[in-house]
Structures are given as structure tokens and as C-alpha cells.
Design a protein around this ligand. Structure first.
Ligand SMILES: [Zn+2]
Length: 95
């Protein structure tokens, strides 16, 4: 098998090509990378959210796209809130 590239939706993905019949193949790793890249295309750059009051805490809802992409719909899913005072950002880290 020779290494080659395959174009899909304007993106270039690594593939293998049979030197005899010229058929292209994807390894499991390559296919996983393609699926993840295509999946990420639907994510927006920003998701503005309204902060909601939940007792003395404040909360926000996570968009469906984000929940699905990061697998947060699984039971017991957790995130870690990481404040960055210098950057004035609050990062949500997933496992
Ligand atoms: Zn072949």
C-alpha cells in the first residue's frame, strides 16, 4: 500500500492506495480522524449564552453541538472549570 490523499468537502485526508488497482483505503485511525474532522465542521466559533440563576449559583446550558461533540451526553460526564484571571476567560475542560 502506498500513502496518498483523498479529497472530501474540500478537505485533504491521508489514505492508502493499492499500487495495482489504485483503490483507496482508510485505516481505522485515518477513518476516525476523518469522522472527527467532519463532525467538528458543524461547531460554531462562538456560542453566546445567558447566565441563569440556580439558587445561589449561576448556571448556563450547553449547546447540543458541544454536548454531542465532546460526549457530554454520557452518564456521569464531567467538566472542569478553569478560570484564567489574566485572560478574563473561563475554560471548560473535558476528559
Ligand atoms: Zn488492489
Amino acid at each position: 500500500m502506498n500513502k496518498t490523499f483523498s479529497l472530501f468537502k474540500g478537505l485533504r485526508f491521508e489514505a492508502y492506495q493499492c499500487p495495482k488497482c489504485k483503490k483507496k483505503f482508510f485505516s481505522e485511525k485515518q477513518a476516525t480522524n476523518i469522522a472527527r474532522t467532519i463532525d467538528a465542521l458543524r461547531l460554531k466559533e462562538k456560542y453566546p449564552r445567558q447566565i441563569v440563576a440556580i439558587g445561589h449559583s449561576r448556571g448556563l446550558t450547553l449547546p447540543k453541538d458541544i454536548v454531542e461533540f465532546f460526549g457530554l451526553d454520557r452518564k456521569g460526564a464531567k467538566v472542569v472549570i478553569v478560570p484564567n484571571i489574566a485572560k478574563k476567560t473561563i475554560e471548560l475542560r473535558t476528559d
